[in-house]
Design a protein around this ligand. Structure first.
Ligand code: NCD
Ligand code: ZN
Ligand code: ZN
Length: 349
């Protein structure tokens, strides 16, 4: 029986939500990861220093007692953002400037959000982020073309590439994150970019392909597997898997664990997002083992992320043991990724 001891991992991208959902989901992140980047796309997206402080307090007070989990706070790039406001949020503890283009994903409001083409109006904000040493974390999907026609979901990440390239070439001093990569082409862009550019890979994008989510016409057939960016082709998934296990230091784990109540997942169209943290590390271990690189998992989950974020590697450890367990279908009414299935590798301490 294989067992693997690794430094306590880092989740570079998680949605912890607020209120009751926060209380439900937080232990699945905080009991496993020493730290995680808490995305600020709350119902009222975090865009001021005061909101950063309040949300941080909310997370800390929802922690299980004795926990030393360290949330990394983020602030959303919304229409109101200025270099001055960004600096205030930084002083309030925000380390990440998070960009979800307007109307592309959960709580990325059409009215207050910024589109990818509008990013050029926020260059002073990006320059300030670079000065402050903040990380610019982007959801790189282009929702509409130049004629304002909606772009099909499967094409959105690829069509964001030229815009991202522009940002990369204009900001050599800004740490840029390409969140939840799903296409072979985007992976190539990150590989070819300088060292200030890195990407996260989720557990679900190691497992899912478009056929697990939609029929060939684009109709959603399994809303529990629906997230943004939507999973792509087999070729794309293979590129994601090969890159994760390759040991490239600028590709590391970020779950994008994004809980939604079952009612929201059953809506038409369903809420986008997959609650994965209860099972994410088990999946990562399984994929690395299948490829014969279980020994590289620790860098992917616990080393490269902290390195890019300038955090120390955790001195604490967790153990994953090769032992099948059945994933719960849901936790407090929130469906869990791979619910009902048996997965190899269980966290035993
Ligand atoms: C995320 C959420 O639900 O907050 N959803 C998702 O499908 N990934 C937002 C995001 O990361 O885009
Ligand atoms: Zn996103
Ligand atoms: Zn996300």
């Amino acid at each position: 029986m294989e067992s693997l001891r690794i430094s306590r991992p880092f989740d570079a991208h998680v949605h912890l939500r607020e209120g009751d959902i926060l209380k439900t989901v937080l232990p699945y992140t905080a009991d496993v990861f020493f730290s995680a980047v808490a995305m600020g796309n709350l119902k009222e997206p975090i865009s001021t220093a005061e909101q950063v402080r309040v949300y941080r307090e909310q997370i800390l007070s929802a922690l299980p007692s004795g926990s030393n989990f360290m949330p990394i706070m983020s602030v959303m790039l919304q229409k109101n953002m200025t270099p001055e406001i960004l600096e205030q949020t930084f002083e309030a503890g925000a380390q990440v400037l998070k960009f979800i283009p307007a109307a592309t994903s959960t709580n990325s409001s059409a009215s207050n959000g910024v589109t990818i083409p509008e990013l050029r109006n926020y260059y002073p904000v990006l320059a300030k982020a670079a000065d402050l040493g903040m990380i610019f974390s982007g959801h790189w999907e282009l929702a509409r073309d130049a004629g304002n026609v909606e772009i099909p979901e499967l094409e959105r990440e690829r069509l964001a590439i030229p815009w991202l390239r522009g940002i990369i070439s204009d900001f050599s001093e800004l740490k840029i994150m390409v969140e939840h990569v799903t296409t072979a082409e985007m992976i190539e862009v990150v590989k070819a970019a300088p060292d200030n550019v890195a990407a996260t890979i989720t557990a679900h994008h190691l497992m899912l392909e478009a056929k697990d989510v939609m029929d060939p016409s684009g109709r959603i057939i399994n809303s529990l597997n629906y997230c943004k960016p939507v999973a792509k082709t087999h070729r794309d998934r293979m590129a994601v898997v090969e890159t994760a296990v390759s040991g490239h230091p600028r590709f590391f784990f970020g779950s994008d664990s994004a809980p939604h109540p079952i009612s929201a997942k059953r809506r038409i169209p369903p809420a986008a997002g997959i609650f994965s943290d209860p099972v994410a590390l088990s999946i990562v271990a399984q994929v690395f083992e299948e490829r014969g690189f279980l020994n590289r998992m620790k860098n992917f989950t616990s080393g490269f992320g902290p390195q890019f974020y300038g955090l120390p590697i955790s001195q604490e450890t967790i153990v994953l043991e090769e032992r099948y367990w059945r994933v719960p279908e849901s936790i407090d009414g929130i469906p869990v990724f791979m619910g009902g299935k048996a997965v190899k590798y269980q966290i035993v301490s």
